[in-house]
Design a protein around this ligand. Structure first.
Ligand code: OAD
Length: 247
């Protein structure tokens, strides 16, 4: 890793001097915690499973138990996973320099939060939470927790189904999350993009927005990504290896 030393030192200096730092994380951030990525060739979820079936409203309506069970298994994996050295470095930095770092994540796990970045902006939802599939047919605001048991649980009165609270293909991002993420990107002096393929929008556009607003943009990834052209520097390595050396 000797050839990385100089760019790492330079970036660490920029982070030390910055009053606003934004980290955009993707699935690679949690890979060393044992949570599978989506697009890595052999291990990525979308190399083994069909996103149209498992990550769309249409897929859920076509076979609710199948999709529910798939998420139940992923939820179990998230519950038993632990933050890795990369998450912990960001959490520790936030404790040491409060108000400097904004973490924006595409991940639906809670590892940033458990590592200490409680205010991490979630662009793609929270796999450990549930929400109703549809608005209540009777125009009420029912509690998801009151749903009748089943796979997936249903409203005992109107039959509405419970689904995981993650953003599926074709859906809008949670209200406010993208605005907050854009603000963080635009106001950052350093934008660090960690463990994302840059294939999914609008998250993938945040690096370019930060750069246009004057931020120094760096990417941490063991492989090439689709947004490498937006970076001033590419640091080839993993989140757990490199983030403790940067923060
Ligand atoms: P991807 O699976 O598309 O990309 C993961 C990236 O992480 C790849 O570029 C890998 O090279 C990199 N990577 C792998 N291991 C790493 C490690 N240990 N350290 C650092 N990087 C590593 O995941 P995302 O870009 O997050 O959507 O995918 C974006 C969205 O697509 C996800 O949020 C998900 C998916 O469909 C939703 O859940 C809505």
């Amino acid at each position: 890793m000797a050839e990385l030393d100089e760019p790492l030192r330079d970036l660490r200096g920029r982070i030390d001097r910055a009053s606003r730092v934004c980290v955009l994380s993707g699935a690679g951030m949690s890979a060393e915690s044992g949570i599978a990525t989506f697009r890595d060739a052999l291990t990525g979820l979308w190399s083994r499973f069909d996103p149209a079936q498992l990550a769309s409203v249409e897929g859920f309506r076509a076979d609710p138990p199948l999709v529910w069970d798939w998420y139940a298994e992923r939820r179990e994996g998230v519950r038993t996973a632990q933050p890795n050295a990369g998450h912990l470095a960001l959490g520790e930095f936030a404790r040491r320099r409060p108000g400097v770092l904004t973490v924006v994540t595409q991940n639906v796990d809670d590892l940033h939060q458990r590592a200490g970045n409680r205010d991490a902006i979630r662009l793609h939802g929270d796999i450990l939470r549930d929400q109703w599939l549809d608005g209540c047919g009777r125009g009420r605001t029912c509690e998801v927790g009151q749903a009748a048991p089943g796979r997936p649980p249903r409203c005992a009165e109107c039959g509405n189904l419970v689904r995981p609270s993650v953003v599926w293909f074709g859906e809008m991002l949670p209200a406010g999350a993208m605005d907050a993420a854009e603000r963080a990107a635009r106001t950052s002096e350093v934008m660090l993009v960690v463990g994302t393929s840059g294939a999914v929008w609008p998250a993938a556009g945040l690096a370019a927005k930060a750069r246009r607003s004057g931020a120094f943009v760096a990417i941490v990834n063991p492989h090439a990504s689709e947004i490498d052209a937006e970076a001033h520097v590419l640091l080839q390595g993993t989140a757990a290896q490199l983030l403790p050396r940067l923060f």
